[in-house]
Ligand binder design. Structure first.
Ligand code: ADP
Ligand code: MG
Length: 420
């Protein structure tokens, strides 16, 4: 792959494994980000400064580099939800990628749901909510539980489970505050196991490599926010249920005309039937694509995504899982407040089954209230001889790492503000 250049749109910490992998392939690696000090910038061969959500600005910097410095051969994102920016740059520079139309559809949850319904695919009941009055009417017509969410945000920001007794006034304005276009929607809250999936389409054929049982043990603790605490692989769902979820996702990928690309799914199995919460046309965050899937299957999904971005062929045999190792991911949720001290036991760095241990806070930092996924304070990914063993190791690492915080001099409102 020597001499080829690849652009990663977004240089956050969870993109680093992709940058390193691309560099190990001998690629010239570019990173675009609004922040010159984004975590990937120090390891990139060149930094392009642009707001990743600003499609025109991102196209302009990519085009300038492409014409004036050296040609860009591929563009992708990883763990950053910017499919529209990626697809638009690809279209502008004539690079491989998904269509701009499909990227636009998945960048707006109402458009996405309308599209999925038109394609005959199962989604929870949903509706746009244009005013507080409309929300009250929907609640009175349909009853609880519902989910209120911004139409165009991510990372569970402003995603609120509405139950009896919730302050609808607060919920409406809070959720709306996370939408860049100030639009919210409501959905029926579907009970049942939640699943994260990740698939790769190659020449129109879709292969699902990632299938993780999401852990929502803190659904009540952080209510009304819906905050996930990691996930476990392999799934404990029945093979028939796993198949129906995968089949639904494959139909969704086809409905978006994804010939070559990555498709990530948020799925629920409700009353035994699969439902699509959302589909993201890009590699996942949370180290799912870079750690959990390769550890579980032995298949390096990010390597394949890089090759797809460069338009290189992939033999389906390469996508066949080689193993089914148990993997458990859990997050740190220290008490909100200022971090006074952190203690990490020695065994963690010596245990080869701790595949990833990452703290995102240091003494002096503020731990915010966990009102979104990026606000979680750190993550552990562990392997084990079976699911219980991997879970025990991950939970032990979380339990025995002590993050002491104090909230004496900080009001709860200032804590939650830092998570925005
Ligand atoms: N209708 C729903 N029923 C059950 N859970 C839901 C529903 N909508 C959202 N959730 C949960 O909230 C999470 C975040 O919502 P999502 O629509 O995926 O927003 P985001 O783009 O912020 O990830 C989902 O992954 C899912 O776990
Ligand atoms: Mg989601």
């Amino acid at each position: 792959m020597k001499e080829l250049a690849i652009l990663f749109v977004g240089g956050g910490i969870e993109t680093l494994p992709g940058i390193r992998l691309a560099k190990s392939f001998g690629l010239h690696v570019l990173v675009s980000d609004r922040r010159p000090d984004a975590p990937c910038m120090v390891e990139a061969d060149a930094a392009l400064i642009a707001n990743t959500y600003d499609v025109d600005e991102s196209i302009a910097v990519a085009k300038r580099y492409h014409r004036e410095v050296r040609p860009i051969n591929g563009v992708m994102c990883m763990a950053t939800d910017v499919p529209l920016t990626v697809a638009s740059i690809a279209a502008e520079l004539g690079l491989p990628g998904i269509s701009v139309d499909s990227a636009r559809l998945v960048s707006d949850k109402l458009l996405m749901k309308d599209h999925l319904v038109a394609a005959g695919l199962p989604v929870p009941w949903y509706a746009a909510v244009r005013s507080l009055g409309e929300l009250r009417q929907i609640v009175s017509d349909r009853g609880y539980p519902l989910v209120l969410k911004p139409v165009d945000s991510r990372g569970a920001r402003g995603v609120l489970r509405l139950l009896e007794g919730i302050d609808l006034d607060w919920a409406f304005f809070t959720s709306k505050s996370f939408s860049p276009t100030e639009r919210v929607m409501v959905e029926e809250f579907l009970g049942g196991p939640q699943i994260s999936t990740e698939s790769i389409a190659v020449q129109g054929e879709v292969f699902t490599l990632g299938f993780s049982d999401r852990n929502y043990e803190f659904l009540d603790r952080y209510a009304p926010n819906i905050i996930e605490n990691g996930g476990d692989l392999p799934s404990v769902l029945l093979a028939a249920d796993q198949k129906s979820i995968c089949d639904t996702l494959h139909d969704a990928a086809r409905s978006f005309a994804i010939v070559n690309g990555v498709v990530k799914g948020d799925m629920v199995l409700s009353d035994g039937k699969p439902f699509i919460i959302e589909v993201a046309l890009r590699p996942s965050g949370g180290y799912f694509c870079s750690h959990q899937i390769p550890l579980n299957t032995g298949v390096d999904l990010v390597a394949k995504a890089i090759r797809l971005a460069l338009g290189q062929p992939i033999d389906p045999i390469e996508l066949r899982p080689r193993c089914n190792r148990a993997v458990c991911q859990r997050y740190f949720f220290p008490e909100p407040g200022w971090v006074d001290a952190i203690y990490v036991p020695n065994w963690i760095s010596q245990d080869s089954d701790i595949a990833l241990f990452e703290l995102r806070v240091s003494p002096g930092d503020v731990v915010p209230k966990p009102i979104s996924h990026p606000a979680r304070a750190g993550v552990v990914i562990a392997t084990g001889k079976d699911r219980a063993d991997a879970k025990e190791r991950a939970e032990r690492a979380i339990r025995e790492t002590v993050i002491t915080t104090s909230s004496d001099s900080i009001s709860s409102s200032s804590i939650s503000l830092t998570a925005n």
